[in-house]
Design a protein around this ligand. Structure first.
Ligand SMILES: Cc1ncc(COP(=O)(O)O)c(C=O)c1O
Length: 342
């Protein structure tokens, strides 16, 4: 399919309507067949579970054109599994991994003209989501659900090179112990809007959240997990907590750190007061892969990360190059990591 006439280098991280999206309906205990539709709008009851009680969860992944022209997705089975755990926690019906990947393949093949060309820096972002569309007035699970998956081309996250960001320690909490921090529930993001806007107004790109119970340990930001590098550059340290989202990027980077770069990896609770002992700090997630952090603002002081505000540190740079090399088909990834769509 011919590429659409889009200035790939100029698009940002926004929504561009594409030709088709996938839609599947659940009612009376079962999913229907599911189909592609050209209708980007949805009509639901005013009393839908999603509108009244935020019964919705979502996923985010990217599709790439590789050097040899293949169209691939990176570990979509893990997005399917994470959506399943979101559905369990929010009492929504699940989509099997097989059906999730079938929907992905159909969606991408129907919108091939929107897959940005290799080397453009842009990618096709995929947004799967499930929401309660049936009416509920008492607080209860919805009697009907919709699974949808749409795609939109997105530009390179870092235009004009990767620059370290400044973040701030938030006074707000992101997730309670035994709450919903470890699933991708819409409600987690609704409540992060206020602290997010507050941080932006103060001149910071993101919030660092601490554990809500003791405010001692580093959790994550509103949309990414943390990675730290030890002072000697030989160890990658990443917070372990039941209330952070299990990032697919982070889980992949820890494998790369061990198996491709020969680094030691520690996944453990990370105390906030340990941060000055690290040489590099980064945020990892699908959108930006790794964003280097140069400064963490707190009310008492600013913590300067030794890798500084000019460029990404050497260990995070190697991790980033390796994972993007695997995603773009330039480096052979572990078996099953790259799913070929066509
Ligand atoms: C709260 C949160 N943490 C971490 C991540 C990164 O996860 P992933 O690497 O799977 O994109 C995301 C984005 O999905 C997120 O929303």
């Amino acid at each position: 399919m011919e590429k659409k006439n889009i200035e790939w280098g100029k698009i940002g991280f926004g929504y561009i309507k594409t030709d088709y999206r996938y839609s599947r309906h659940w009612e009376n205990g079962q999913w229907d067949e599911g189909e592609l539709t050209d209708k980007a709008e949805v009509t639901i009851s005013e009393c839908a579970g999603v509108l009244q009680y935020a019964q919705t969860g979502f996923e985010g992944l990217k599709v790439y054109e590789t050097k040899n022209g293949d169209i691939v997705a990176f570990r979509p089975d893990l997005n399917a599994e994470r959506l399943q755990s979101t559905c369990d926690r929010l009492i929504m019906p699940k989509i099997s991994t097989e059906d999730f990947i079938k929907a992905l393949d159909e969606l991408v093949k129907a919108n091939l003209g929107y897959v940005p060309p290799f080397g453009s820096g842009a990618t096709l972002y995929i947004r799967p989501f499930i929401y309660g569309c049936g009416p509920v007035i008492g607080v209860a699970p919805s009697p009907a659900y919709e699974f949808r998956m749409f795609c939109t081309p997105v530009g390179p996250y870092f235009k004009g090179g990767i620059k370290p960001i400044k973040i701030m320690l938030s006074d707000f909490d992101r997730a309670a112990p035994h709450g919903t921090g470890n699933i991708k529930a819409g409600l987690n993001y609704a409540m992060s809007l206020y602290p997010g806007e507050y941080a932006h107004k103060q001149g910071y790109s993101e919030n660092m959240y601490l554990d809500a119970a003791t405010r001692t340990y580093v959790e994550e930001t509103g949309g990414a997990n943390f990675l730290f590098v030890s002072a000697d550059g030989k160890k990658v340290v990443t917070p372990k907590s039941d209330s952070i989202l299990p990032s697919i990027t982070r889980r992949s980077l820890t494998v790369i750190a061990k198996d491709y770069l020969g680094l030691e990896v520690e996944e453990r609770p990370v105390r906030f007061d340990e941060i000055p002992s690290f040489s590099e700090c980064g945020l990892c997630g699908t959108a930006a892969v790794i964003s280097p952090v140069g400064l963490i603002h707190t009310k008492e002081k600013d913590i300067l990360i030794p890798s500084g505000m000019d460029e990404m540190g050497p260990v995070l740079t190697k991790l980033r190059e390796t994972i993007t090399g695997i995603q773009m088909g330039e480096i052979e990834g572990p078996a099953g990591w790259v799913h070929k769509i066509c």
